[in-house]
Write a protein that binds this ligand. Sequence first.
Ligand SMILES: *[C@@H]1O[C@H](CO)[C@@H](O)[C@H](O)[C@H]1NC(C)=O
Ligand SMILES: *[C@@H]1O[C@H](CO)[C@@H](O)[C@H](O)[C@H]1NC(C)=O
Ligand SMILES: *[C@@H]1O[C@H](CO)[C@@H](O)[C@H](O)[C@H]1NC(C)=O
Length: 394
Amino acid sequence: MRTPAAVFWCLLLLFPVQRIVRVDAFTGTYGINYGRIADNIPAPENVVSILKAIKIKNVKIFDSDHGVLKAFKGSGLELVVGLSNDYVKEINSSEDRAMEWVKDNVQSWLPDTKITGIAVGNEVLGGGDLELEEALYGAIKNVYKALSRLQLTDVIQISSPHSQGVFAYSYPPSNCTFKESVLQYMKPILGFFAMIGSPFSINVYPFIAYKSDPEHINLSYALFLPNAGIVDPKTNLHYDNMFDATIDAAYTALEAAGYGKMEVEVTETGWASSGDEDETGATAQNARIYNFNLRKRLFKRKGTPLRPKVVMKAYVFALFNEDLKPGPGSERHYGLFKADGSISYDIGFSGLSNLHTSSSPSTQKEFYAGGWLAPNSLVLFTCIWIAVHLYVRY
Ligand SMILES: *[C@@H]1O[C@H](CO)[C@@H](O)[C@H](O)[C@H]1NC(C)=O
Ligand SMILES: *[C@@H]1O[C@H](CO)[C@@H](O)[C@H](O)[C@H]1NC(C)=O
Ligand SMILES: *[C@@H]1O[C@H](CO)[C@@H](O)[C@H](O)[C@H]1NC(C)=O
């Protein structure tokens, strides 16, 4: 191949021809939710140190707290901010309000604070507030319009995390569809996301499935431990863990709705280390096993049985136990870390007490190992390598 041709094909690989530039808010495979419904967790500046020490680069918050945005300045951490449900109705009703919100909470912080995405609403659909469900699509569109006017659509990706409550589904994955009551609100959003290249975002909790039916769900299957698994009679695919099965259920529902090509990403998954008496399975031992195996699963950069080539990505829930969260006891015990910064259980991360000895990553490469070596970088290196070599030769 002659030099120009080789370089041309390389560049084509690197920048696939698309009507809209697809922006990816999630560059690694293992991210974390930094929930802050607590009055005793470390200050955001210290949280940045923890995240660097445990080498997690992709972070998601549920609001756009300016203290957090400030602490993340210059950290290199990539942040997805949340436009909380409280704002969804007014943002739907007013383009000006959407523009104001995007300017205050996103644009004015760029590029020092590396905001890469906005999660519009959280678990709105199927949640029962019909006015809110109706407003979600308009809010998403208005936020996108604002990003577009500010020329930020190739920097910021919009998503909208859903709960498993959007599915009418018990078993097996191939039997999954969206609930009829959800479809009317879901469809326009899927259509819009397909156009702008956003993924379908789902919060996946095998723990909640297990605790609701411990008699029939095998704990090993929920915890990624060796077990017989299930075979989906329709697809003949074998599932040895509930996490993968749930994601393929989502792919099936998307396909049935006409969006089989849309990528699924997990915006929350986790396991509580403690809970109320009736919350079977909420133990530190199970939480440790789930989170240890999940991390191993994600670092393999593998797809699911139904979509083997689509690398699975997930934001773990959560960084800290959150003492002020309402609901059952488990809600206050999802943290990989306790409020004082010590680890809740050992999955290979060290706690805050070790921070001073390990806060500066030994090499950039190590720090970014989770996500920096993305396929595009590899293609780019290959292109440069080919170009340089051919150039030298001719
Ligand atoms: C959403 O905004 C549109 C346009 O302003 C408005 O007609 C509609 O009533 C709003 N829906 C809700 C549920 O607020
Ligand atoms: C498929 O899911 C429906 C609920 O949507 C359920 O009633 C039915 O039993 C499931 N089919 C199988 C084969 O499990
Ligand atoms: C769960 O699966 C494991 C491994 O296949 C098996 O040893 C165990 O008995 C099963 N537990 C239940 C409750 O069925």
